[in-house]
Design a protein around this ligand. Structure first.
Ligand code: 2M8
Length: 433
């Protein structure tokens, strides 16, 4: 077996060992339930080695979809223990839309699912099974996107908002520092709870106690509002139009249009929505002077001037024009995000020169393979094949030298967070295919 085949086999084995028989855990102990955007990344990996499991991954997630279309960020596995916050904190039974027989969270994650479903179909060896799968998933994907546009873009601007840091997928990113500082919790507002994550991985790799207080405070606010989106909108101190979330929605709409075409449905409404999101991302989130996309804080009607690797991801959904893309790529090279010489592993999740950068603390600096994957795809789309190949080599070096970790120290390459991490394995399978 050559080195590439051996690496792919290792990756496949990680997915196999995290497979529960119904879905794939993101990690063996730290994340014992199913997560929404993990499921999409994981399905992209399974698609290369086991079409049935790829399909099953998304089917399992969408079986827990709420009646209003919301796809929860966690589907709890009743057999698994040891994760905080569990169903009793979420209390989703307070919402008439939540499924009665499934325990879920009540927030969402970036909508990569139509993209994963379309990739499964394109790679399928059993085309008729893949078509049946698309037929089954199509109305659910439509309901999911409809929910986002209806409930998260009430002004019809073309951009949807997130209402919890967990919805971004980048929980403790410096993006949220300003909002979290504004959320003064009185001692009586401070929730009482016990974390499990810091017992499983190094405490220094995880969000702080103050961050968790705010995460849990927001969850309680949602539960007490009965998950009524209009009430939440009124009361929630965290409402953000996020670059990465809207980018993935834009691409997902493009992929939903492809799925519609295969099924003989009209693709045009989805194409139109994709164009509307792309226009809004360029109109509201692009900064001409800094040549970068920035999040927008609806709470104070201001840009969030924080440079994350995610700010470059609109490349993934073909949102920038050629000139904007060229400026983004120069920015990537001129900043501390991308380097050719190998003195550092590209691309750290957060600006290495930014305030509060940490090479080990979760979404405040370490290299994440999913963000690299989005950038690789995006760079290749615009013809920056050398840049894309360089990032592919980096991903390969990281897993070969250090294993399949949740995230990596950008200077030493050392793995942090959980080992045997599913989306790292899945995306390596995709990149080495
Ligand atoms: C991390 O988030 C969860 C909460 O959703 C956690 O820390 O407990 C994030 O990295 C998120 O993006 C990811 O989906 C999840 C599972 O891998 O873990």
């Amino acid at each position: 077996m050559n080195a590439t085949a051996a690496l792919r086999e290792q990756a496949r084995q990680i997915l196999e060992s995290n497979w529960t028989g119904r879905f794939t855990r993101p990690a063996p102990r730290l994340y014992p339930h199913q997560w929404s955007w993990d499921a999409a990344f994981i399905a992209l990996g399974w698609a290369h080695v086991d079409q049935k499991r790829a399909q099953q991954e998304l089917r399992h997630l969408f079986r827990a979809q709420w009646r209003n279309g919301l796809v929860p960020h966690i589907v709890f596995d009743r057999r698994a223990r040891g994760y905080f916050p569990g169903p009793q904190v979420w209390e989703t039974h307070r919402c008439p839309h939540a499924p009665a027989r499934k325990a879920t969270s009540g927030v969402v994650q970036p909508p990569l699912h139509a993209t994963a479903a379309w990739a499964i179909y394109q790679q399928a060896t059993d085309r008729s099974a893949a078509r049946a799968f698309l037929e089954e998933l199509f109305p659910k994907l439509v309901a999911w996107h409809d929910y986002l546009f209806r409930e998260r873009d009430p002004q019809g601007e073309g951009l949807v908002y997130i209402r919890h840091p967990w919805e971004s997928g980048m929980d403790n990113a410096p993006l949220w520092d300003g909002i979290e500082q504004r959320m003064h919790l009185n001692p009586s507002d401070r929730p009482r709870y016990r974390r499990v994550d810091t017992m499983l991985v190094a405490e220094a790799d995880r969000p702080t106690g103050a961050e968790y207080d705010r995460y849990v405070y927001l969850v309680r606010l949602f539960a007490e509002a009965g998950y009524d989106e209009a009430r939440i909108r009124e009361a929630c101190p965290f409402l953000v139009q996020d670059v990465l979330f809207n980018t993935l929605l834009c691409q997902a709409e493009q992929d939903l249009a492809e799925i519609a075409s295969v099924l003989g449905e009209d693709p045009e409404p989805f194409r139109q929505r994709a164009r509307r999101v792309a226009e809004a991302v360029n109109r509201c989130l692009w900064d001409e002077q800094r040549a970068l996309y920035f999040d927008y804080d609806l709470g104070v009607s201001q840009r969030i001037w924080v440079r994350m690797a995610a700010c470059f991801t609109p490349l993934f959904a073909s949102i920038p024009d050629g000139l904007q893309a060229a400026r983004l790529v120069s920015h990537l090279e001129a900043s501390g995000f991308f380097n050719w010489d190998g003195s550092r592993y590209s691309v750290p999740s957060y600006d290495p020169n930014g305030l509060g950068f940490s090479p080990v603390q979760y979404w405040r600096g370490p290299v994440w393979i999913n963000i690299n994957w989005l950038l690789i795809e995006g760079l290749a789309r615009y013809g920056y094949t050398e840049h894309a190949a360089h990032l592919c080599r980096t991903v390969r070096l990281l897993v070969e030298r250090h294993g399949f970790y949740e995230y990596y120290h950008p200077y030493t390459g050392e793995g942090h967070g959980s080992e045997q991490f599913s989306w790292t394995a899945a995306l390596v399978l995709d990149l080495l295919a």
